[in-house]
Design a protein around this ligand. Structure first.
Ligand SMILES: [Zn+2]
Length: 263
């Protein structure tokens, strides 16, 4: 096939290398490009007729599609992060960043007067505005997909946050490497992305979090996250199924020795 709709990469039934660990990744399943995450409020657009195939790594379980690997930022903005996006992710603009700021503030408040925080991939400045208002010394938004926040931040940060972003990126190792480059030593990354549940083998592509309309194209396992962060010398510890802390050395004053030994 020489061309596909929307400039998507043609599908092949030949295994490709896993984007995380280079293990063999065969085709695993297929959904319509308009399929959103299967939440109760999901806005269901008509089927597009464009199939998106996902692959799964035999070694680390990472589930991904390479269909979008040739897309530019502009193509993502045109076809996914467009005017219809908020209908499939209604918490994106205000609720999620506000809730995340409350969570970060609760835990890190004792240290806020001296903390530099970078929010990576946040989309807007709602999260950082809230942290600044609560007295964090510095809170900077960086999102290469959003022109107002696409300027590269200066220096390194005590805490880098990255919420609901890693499942959106077609190049997970490059993104994790970029995040790692902003982390001070000592320092940490507090991030969220949902990992595959224990019964993923039986749920397969019907698991609610798989949704190309939401841009969910890189679906991790605990193992794939550990391998990915390990490439950059980081450990990662799951705080829940969806939230994680990645670090080389945790600041001693945070009192997180339990997390450190669990990773
Ligand atoms: Zn793998």
């Amino acid at each position: 096939m020489l061309s596909t709709p929307l400039g998507l990469r043609p599908t092949s039934n030949v295994p490709v290398s896993c984007k995380i660990c280079d293990g063999p990744a065969n085709l695993f399943g297929v959904v319509d490009m308009n399929r959103p995450c299967q939440t109760p409020h999901a806005h269901r657009a008509p089927l597009s007729g464009v199939p998106i195939y996902y692959r799964r790594c035999e070694t680390c379980g990472f589930l991904f599609t390479d269909a979008f690997d040739d897309w530019s930022f502009e193509q993502f903005k045109t076809h996914i992060y467009n005017d219809g996006y908020e209908a499939v992710d209604p918490d994106y603009r205000v609720k999620r960043p506000t809730d995340n700021a409350a969570a970060v503030s609760r835990f890190w408040a004792p240290h806020k007067a001296n903390m530099r925080v970078l929010d990576f991939g946040g989309g807007n400045d709602v999260f950082c505005t809230s942290l600044r208002a609560q007295g964090f010394a510095e809170a900077v938004t960086y999102d290469p997909m959003v022109s107002e926040h696409a300027g590269h931040p200066d220096g390194q940060f005590d805490l880098v946050t990255c919420f609901e972003t890693l499942e959106h990126v077609p190049d997970p190792l490059a993104t994790i490497g970029a995040i790692a480059g902003y982390v001070a030593e000592p320092g940490a990354v507090f991030y969220s992305t949902l990992t595959q549940p224990d019964d993923f083998d039986s749920q397969g592509m019907s698991w609610w979090y798989v949704g190309p309309r939401n841009g969910h194209i890189s679906i991790h396992t605990q193992q794939s996250l550990a391998l990915a962060w390990g490439r950059f010398g980081f450990k990662t510890a799951a705080l829940s199924a969806g939230t994680h802390l990645a670090f080389r050395t945790l600041p001693a004053q945070w009192g997180l020795t339990e997390v450190s030994s669990a990773a």
